[in-house]
Design a protein around this ligand. Sequence first.
Ligand code: MG
Ligand code: MG
Length: 599
Amino acid sequence: MRLSTATVSLSGDLVGKLHACARAGFDGVELFEPDLVVAEESPEEIRALAERLGLRLELYQPLRDIEGVDPGTLADNLRRAEAKFALMRRLGIGTVLVCSNVATATTGDPIVARDQLRELARLAGKYDVRIAYEALAWGRHIDDYRQAWRLVQAVDEENLGVCLDSFHILSRGHDPAAIQDIPADRIFFVQLADAPALTMDVLSWSRHHRLFPGEGSFDLPQFLAHVLRAGYTGPLSLEVFNDVFRQTDTDRTAQHALRSLIDLQERTARLLDPPTAGTAPVAPEAFTFAEIRAENTEPAENLLQQLGFRYRGQHRSRPVRLWAAGQARIILNEQDARGQTATLAALGLDLPDVGAARARAGLLRAPLVFRRVHEGEDVLHGVRAPDGSEVFLCPPSGSEDPPWIGEFTHGSPPTASTITAIDHVNLVQPWEDIAEATLFHRSLLGLEVDSSAQVAGPSGLVTSQVMTDPGHAVRLVLNVAPFGARPGSLAQHIALRTDDIISYVGQNAIDTLPVPGNYYEDLAARFGLRPGFVDELRSLGLMYDRSGGGEFLHFYTPTVGSVFFEVVQRIGGYDGYGAPNAPVRLAAQNRSLLEGRHG
Ligand code: MG
Ligand code: MG
């Protein structure tokens, strides 16, 4: 099917938007009238540019507040519409979107609406224009697609059909199943948008918070399945009004938008015909490694030594070192890192079918990462996540060392370790990237949003969104940096798992992030803990949480560059991340930053 987006979904000027859509791989666009009105190019120039770029101008939109009006207003509406039909001819656009009246309707009488829409359709016919009539969720008299369809049937003109917009239908909780009752040749256009579950007026929700498919809470595969079962074969077009996407880089948002449509088509195909449909995402089974990159990785190395990691060696052809404890492997990379302080640059994930994951990355047009390898070295295949971090798709090695470990030499052999594995990884997301990151990890890796929390920090509220596989083997926590947060005030971290944190801390001389005494007083009060236990936690610098019958003990290291470590012990099926303790950590890290104690 042809893939399209409304120009309103992107930032920039019309010419820039058309170029970005073509580069991303869209087949067409909906031309949003305000984008044309402010452009300096003539309609003929826009038409010629779209033709040269291979983009179809699928739809002109919107024409508002036409039907249910008094005769004087109707005459004015028809004059306005006729000017647009003539303009559409110059643009070479054959379909116009007409939204149900929200402002000027004086009557809800269906006979009046029918007669007035018929007049409009006959006028449009003179210009070979088709009208796609859309029920807005906040339409004054027509606010339901089933009502719009009844009206279109009553008018009974060949060039009048419906436009189905997932937002207007799903935001109102209307059952999309009746889409299948509409003949395919009367569905003139389909617009797709997702949205987060919010409690607010539907107009503000629609104008500011729409998301690309797969980023919100609407069941869009089900919606699209009804559309496809109806026999619709026209364009699938994104119409996403979102305050953030109006500000983000045009090319990047266009690529992000296209990825959402490809993913939605795939998910819908699996719903319609599971055995023969395309490639489902392959969920990862474990973290293979985490990589820290810096010009000088020694401060990170010092932390790893304190944490009881073993130095496993230096890479034979690159300035890269490996440290390991149990299945937790940390790569320290000094290649191409001049002037950089430590960042969490890459993750390796164990995937049961790397070939399928690579095929999926290609399908979703995920940017590939290139790393030069020498003769005889293992080739790792990676993709770049929206935050710039690299994700490497690794074959699972179970409890064995992965084969590429043989490329590290002059280190110590592994020994038994109290640290068993990487428990979770927290990645900081620029505030404008969270939707894109959610889609990326969900569509490519099959990770789903598990929970989301807001944590108060000194630079603002930090939204923390957990994404994980069904077995919770790989847990990624995406922390959204507050807008304008001081650089370095929010760091990334690698959390390591142990089964006995109390003896672990006792045995290793670890420089833990200081925890204020007030925290322990509050802890004792909140949970009714034994005083002796609270004293033990305090003396070891451990933090504590309890929920759902499980307990969580953890501590943080100081930060080097913008990375720190956490060590966690999960007891009795505790499934969280110690979120109630996060504000204490953020405040302590902020004090360290102000005191210049950052490594
Ligand atoms: Mg719409
Ligand atoms: Mg954590």
